[in-house]
Write a protein that binds this ligand. Structure first.
Ligand code: THU
Length: 133
């Protein structure tokens, strides 16, 4: 389930995480997506003084991926802050669903270690996706 690109994804997400704009939560997050042809696209969280306008790292990475012309999330890796699991929020699970398959691995990490990998289907069971329309 863990690909040969894991270390590259980890390093890329860690670097992107450093750029997080988090003056309110101070909780930096970095994400790295492995695309259909094994490109790695990153994102970080971008908070806003109007708190609800803040954007998660996964959403930033997905926006960057689409902007670069990629269409598929083969794997995604997220690095949060602290030692607890930083699993994608509910809204980001749905955002990932749009470009992933049910078996797409979601790697959850802290800045030092890999903590857990789950398939998208485990995090978002009975989901609604493009094929349901
Ligand atoms: N956050 C992410 O970017 N991704 C996650 O998977 C969980 C939470 C961000 C949102 C907010 O900027 C900060 O972490 C604290 O919730």
């Amino acid at each position: 389930m863990i690909s040969e690109y894991f270390v590259q994804m980890f390093d890329a997400a860690k670097k992107a995480r450093e750029n997080a704009h988090v003056p309110y939560s101070k909780f930096k997050v970095g994400a790295a997506i492995l695309t259909e042809d094994n490109h790695i696209v990153v994102g970080c969280n971008v908070e806003n003084a109007a708190y609800p306008q803040s954007q998660c790292a996964e959403a930033s990475a997905i926006g960057n991926m689409v902007s670069l012309g990629f269409t598929t999330i083969k794997e995604i890796l997220v690095i949060g802050s602290g030692n607890l699991l930083c699993s994608p929020c509910g809204a980001c699970r749905q955002r990932i669903r749009e470009f992933a398959s049910l078996s797409t691995p979601i790697h959850m990490c802290n800045i030092n270690d890999h903590l857990k990998t789950s398939a998208l289907e485990e995090l978002l069971p009975d989901s609604f996706g493009p094929e349901n329309l």
